[in-house]
Ligand binder design. Structure first.
Ligand code: GLN
Length: 205
């Protein structure tokens, strides 16, 4: 990926590294000149004074059920639930499933932060993975999106902004300090979704 420096010189972004595509997010952030830190335990989220120890967090794609198994140990799920209420967090694919208020197909526990309903593995077996280009609300050209056994957002609450859609279903949404994509921007060559997240981090800190 080309270098695209952003104005987050002092920000440190955590990447939840329990399972899934966390390394690709680290590479995207490095190409943007941003420091990242892999997060594997609940005490890496907060300092001993209880303040967040990172400026933002990425929850990667992977398998949300597997991530939940890890999160259900050592009070990690409770710490992360508290963390995402106030600290900018970006969930991609399985990460979007974890952030959602309501998860279907099948239903499962979540961080219940982002006011959406999301249906897992929603595109069926034949077309469960695809690379598509679609218009977005982001500045610049349409966005290339890599979908891998993607979920589908079937409801968005009133505070949720839709930034891109696939066949009339939202695929990139924002609610204040929370951003979620049902695709994998870290696997493409376009840094604009990460740049948007870094802008959210910069304006909140
Ligand atoms: N199907 C996965 C899940 O339900 C998500 C797929 C992905 O993150 N690429 O968690």
């Amino acid at each position: 990926m080309q270098q695209h420096p952003v104005k987050n010189a002092n920000s440190t972004i955590g990447i939840l590294a329990l399972q899934g595509a966390y390394e690709a997010h680290a590479s995207t952030l490095a190409a943007l000149g941003v420091t990242s830190r892999l997060i594997r335990t609940p005490d890496e989220l907060f300092t001993s004074h209880g303040t967040p120890s990172i400026d933002g967090l990425i929850i990667p794609g992977g398998e949300s059920t597997t991530m939940l198994k890890f999160l259900e140990r050592n009070g990690f799920l409770d710490s992360l639930t508290t963390f995402v209420q106030t600290v900018p967090t970006f969930g991609t694919c399985a990460g979007a499933i974890l952030l959602a208020k309501d998860v279907e197909h099948p239903a499962q526990t979540s961080l219940s932060a982002l006011d959406i309903t999301i249906e897992r593995n929603a595109y069926g077996r034949q077309i469960d993975s695809a690379i598509l280009t679609a218009p977005t609300q982001l500045p610049g050209d349409p966005l290339e999106m890599v979908f891998i056994r993607a979920p589908r957002i079937t409801r968005t609450g009133p505070g949720v902004e839709i930034l891109a859609s696939r066949e009339d279903f939202p695929v990139l949404v924002r609610q204040g300090h929370l951003l979620a994509a049902t695709f994998h921007p870290e696997l493409g060559h376009d840094p604009r979704v990460h740049q948007l997240f870094l802008e959210i981090v910069r304006t909140r800190s």
